[in-house]
Design a protein around this ligand. Structure first.
Ligand code: PLP
Length: 423
């Protein structure tokens, strides 16, 4: 039985956001690293946490901490109410029809593994195709490889076109062959900054009866997400990439799909009745949440969702894109000394690049000495890196608390690095 989620309760900010003032909510940003003001540009890996999220965690542990569901004492009731309120809040955050469509996981990775195991075990057989794209994070490749290994299914990949790093939509129908049973793709690429047209892709897949999963790790905290509008069967994301604590994430599953799935892990909380030889299961979502969940994580995630919606996710998306475009245009001025990856326009708030003759790890190490936190490596996109003929890239990824002045300083640091390695 699906229940309607409660109406949204948060205070929208005035039209114009004072982005600089928001930095006051993030004490961690106000520090020196190696004698320089910290510039935190590693937000695609994890974001920083604002004071309301830290306070919610502290408040929970100081006043309400207990285990959920099993107790009938006051603290357990409070903890249960807080945990279930976070579930309803998550449903509203992505416009799910009901809180019963929300499963708490450890994060995006665990959500995809849950689907690959529980849904995959029931629905995938030898000869079926699992369709992914060439820009997937390892989290959205390896669980499907494991499933294919268990079942005899095959994996296929929608190609990424050229250096621009977009999906070739004109050929999508060629990839959606009759053997495709599942299409899983990322909403925003963590290494290219490409924003995929997931709504259009899911609509085309759905017409053919293909089940769809969208990896929202890089999108949920950066733009409004409406799972009903996207039309996907599953949507996964991680709290720590959107101002919330680590250790918790959300798997949305369409009610009808979740109800048809067998359990994933067995244990306490997910059962109706246990005999020595057999057991019966609770309905979704509890069927998929064996054991004590991350209760404080859910409380922190709830606070993060309120915080982000208090700013307005459409405003965050706009600001992100401005920062991404600003950084991309500044980097483009390096001309022949730089290789830039990903789309030139309409990109998310991150840039991936290589400076000529400078290894990404060296670049990131020197930038760190100047207080600039970047990431260098394959970004859990090894097959994509190989396709581009590189081992790694350097990546600067932004969030709403970053500024154009920080990007200017980052560009200055890159020029110093270029000079240093040229001598
Ligand atoms: C696109 C994408 N998918 C999945 C993940 C995995 O997220 P987590 O490590 O929080 O499970 C990431 C993390 O960087 C990501 O960027």
């Amino acid at each position: 039985m699906l229940t309607e989620s409660a109406p949204v309760r948060f205070k929208p900010m005035p039209d114009k956001v004072d982005w600089r003032a928001l930095r006051g909510d993030f004490p961690i940003l106000h520090q020196q690293v190696h004698g320089h003001p910290l510039i935190y540009f590693d937000n695609a890996a994890t974001t920083q946490k604002p004071k309301p999220v830290v306070s919610a965690l502290k408040n929970y542990y100081e006043h309400d901490n207990a285990n959920v569901h099993r107790g009938i004492h006051e603290l357990s009731n409070r903890a249960t109410a807080a945990f279930e309120a976070a579930r309803s809040r998550s449903a509203r955050f992505i416009n799910a029809r009901s809180a019963e469509e929300i499963i708490f996981t450890r994060g995006t990775t665990e959500g995809i593994n849950l689907v690959a195991s529980a849904w995959g075990q029931k629905n995938i057989k030898a000869g079926d195709t699992i369709l992914l794209t060439e820009m997937e994070h390892h989290s959205n490749i390896v669980p499907w490889q494991l499933l294919a290994g268990r079942t005899g299914a095959k994996l296929a990949f929608i190609p990424v076109t050229g250096e621009i790093g977009m999906l070739d939509m004109s050929r999508l129908d060629e990839w959606l062959t009759p053997s495709v049973k599942l299409l899983a793709l990322t909403h925003i690429s963590n290494s290219l900054g490409t924003i995929n047209p997931v709504q259009e892709i899911c609509a085309r897949a759905r017409k053919l009866g293909v089940t769809t999963l969208v990896d929202g790790a890089q999108s949920a905290g950066h733009r409004s997400v409406d799972v009903q509008e996207i039309g996907c069967d599953f949507f996964v994301f991680s709290s720590h990439k959107m101002c919330g604590p680590t250790g918790i994430g959300v798997l949305f599953g369409r009610g009808e799909v979740l109800e048809s799935m067998p359990p994933w892990q067995g244990g306490g909380e997910m059962i109706l009745n246990v005999e020595y030889q057999t057991s019966s299961w609770k309905p979704a979502p509890h069927r998929f949440e064996a054991g004590t969940p991350d209760i404080s994580g859910a409380v922190g995630l709830h606070a993060a969702m309120d915080y982000l919606d208090g700013i307005g996710r459409d405003k965050i998306a706009h600001h992100d894109q401005e920062l991404g475009a600003y950084a991309f245009s500044k980097l483009s001025q390096f001309k022949s000394g730089i290789r830039l990856f990903g789309p030139h326009i309409g990109r998310a708030g991150l840039v991936s690049f290589l400076l000529k003759d400078v290894h990404a790890h060296d670049l990131v190490t020197v930038a760190d000495q100047r207080g600039v936190a970047l990431r260098g490596g394959h970004h859990c996109n090894q097959p994509l890196m190989r396709k581009f003929g590189v081992e790694s890239t350097a990546r600067a990824s932004f969030y709403f608390y970053n500024t154009t002045e920080e990007i200017d300083r980052f560009i200055e640091v890159l020029r110093e690095i270029q000079k240093f390695f040229a001598t």
